[in-house]
Design a protein around this ligand. Structure first.
Ligand code: NAP
Length: 458
């Protein structure tokens, strides 16, 4: 994909960018490595000061960065603004807590290992490459950058090709906040150029948030190079509704959970699995709320759902929906692209899904909900766990025994009971199965890119 800002609301190319030359990539990796050798010796207080200054910039310039996000990938302006503020919150969280998360871990009784002192010490690894997606163009990067920089690593960002202005803004914020030159650099490169960067001995580790094929490719190269990776990949999160659930709240949350970010969130609920006793009552509420959503210009305050970010993205959604419909699924609302410019797709609910349809197993990255009727909790769990993904999961029930059952048996990195999956700096975030491995956020996220060095002093 060419590196360009293409406004998904209109389909117009706003600005194009040259890919970095090989020599320029080499220079930037060299700068990152040299910078790391001095940056690693800075203290938590100094890094925290720069990180808080970056948070201040994010807050002050929320309107500006929101406009960039909405122009480049089509999320509503209000959600883009919240994303900018969430970044500031995440940066302050790591500024406040990094020193505690990475404090030495002394062994209480070192004599047991024959030492006078024994401890675990967290040390930075070096330059880390982050390959990032466009769907939360600031927040996804911040989830990597804030902990990585606070730990004493330096960052190289290969952002998605359709959000170059967001990528350059991020580099600029860290520079203006006072981080020494080279601590955080954006590389305007295509995915083709990623392999040599990963193989460069000065790049110590990598993190990728994106699709399964991209994750597989990066992990294979890093496996070959024996470099640590974190993968945050796709998801097809279940949203189970049992008879004791508050149906009004469940239906309202289901809509938010499905259409947030124009339906393009890894942790969006995508499969709605509803007990037969409340299926009709839930479906009426859910479908009527989906129908009421306003689809349109994401810059307009009245818009709930903007366009899909790319033309290909919309074509992918259409293919999966058409496959289900031609195999006998029923469309309860939506299901047809509107006429006119831009890559819009309406909020859609599909039911009557069978195992041979692509939608049963694959992630739909747009505002399309699959709806399943189940007879009991066993069948609910069977369908919930039937995908190859295991990122987030949601269960709605007021029955405590059922809540425990879902917490225990949903195959996912996260389970939210009577709520929707959300990322908070305070909570670990990540998946199992083909949703990836490793964890972002919380204390776990900052430790991913550290060497936990065992220290034994006799
Ligand atoms: P994508 O195509 O995998 O792109 C993500 C990033 O990977 C982009 O920077 C892309 O660069 C790069 N890339 C693609 N192929 C690559 C390759 N072979 N080698 C190296 N880099 C490569 O993902 P997408 O379709 O844009 O994003 C949606 C996916 O991301 C969904 O599956 C979604 O669930 C997942 N996601 C997961 C999380 C999470 O936290 N688990 C969060 C957000 C999104 P180019 O743009 O230049 O191709």
């Amino acid at each position: 994909m060419a590196i360009a800002t293409i406004n998904p609301t209109t389909g117009e190319t706003v600005k194009t960018f040259e890919e970095l030359s090989e020599a320029e990539v080499q220079r930037k990796i060299g700068l990152a490595y040299e910078r790391w050798r001095t940056y690693r010796a800075t203290g938590f207080e100094e890094r925290a000061e720069w990180m808080r200054a970056a948070a201040d910039l994010f807050e002050k310039e929320a309107d500006l960065s929101a406009e960039l996000m909405t122009t480049e990938m089509g999320k509503t302006l209000a959600s883009a603004r919240s994303e900018a503020l969430k970044c500031a919150h995440g940066m302050r969280y790591y500024a406040d807590h990094a020193a505690g998360f990475l404090a030495d871990e002394p062994l209480a009784d070192p004599s047991r290992v024959g030492a006078r002192r024994a401890l675990g010490r967290y040390q930075p690894l070096g330059p880390v490459l982050a390959v990032m997606p466009w769907n939360f163009p600031m927040w996804q990067v911040m989830r990597f950058a804030a902990p990585a920089l606070m730990a004493g690593n330096v960052g190289l960002l290969k952002h998605a090709s359709n959000v170059p202005q967001c990528a350059l803004y991020l580099q600029d914020v860290f520079r203006r906040a006072g981080f020494p030159e080279g601590c955080f650099q954006t590389l305007l490169v295509s995915s083709r150029q990623v392999e040599p960067i990963l193989r460069d001995p000065r790049v110590m580790a990598a993190t990728l948030t994106g699709s399964e094929p991209a994750g597989r490719s990066v992990a294979a190269i890093c496996g070959d190079e024996v470099k640590h990776t974190v993968l945050e990949l796709g998801g097809s999160d279940p949203f189970v509704v049992m008879p004791s659930a508050d149906l009004e709240r469940a239906a309202a949350t289901a809509v938010e959970a499905r259409v947030q970010n124009n339906g393009q969130s890894c942790i969006a609920a995508k499969r709605f699995i509803v007990h037969t006793d409340v299926f009709d009552a839930f479906t009426d509420r859910f479908v009527s709320r989906m129908r009421e959503l306003t689809v349109g210009d994401p810059f307009e305050a009245s818009t709930d759902v903007g366009p899909v970010a790319t033309e290909q993205g919309r074509a992918d959604i259409e293919e999966i929906v058409d496959d289900a419909v031609s195999a006998g699924a029923t469309v309860l609302c939506g299901g047809q692209r509107p006429d006119g410019p831009g890559w819009f797709y309406p909020p859609t609910v599909i039911t009557g899904i069978t195992r041979d349809m692509r939608i049963y197993l694959e992630e739909v990255f747009g505002p399309v909900a699959s709806l399943y009727r189940v007879g009991d909790i066993e069948e609910a769990l069977e369908i919930a766990n039937a995908t190859t993904f295991g990122l987030g999961s949601n269960a709605w029930t007021d029955d405590e025994a059922e809540q425990e059952r879902f917490v225990s048996d949903l195959e996912a990195g996260q389970v939210f009971v009577n709520g929707k999956t959300v990322s908070y700096p305070e909570l670990p975030f990540g998946g199992i199965k083909r949703s990836g491995y490793g964890r972002e956020l919380s204390a776990h996220g900052i430790r991913e890119f550290c060497n936990l060095k065992t220290v034994w002093i006799g």
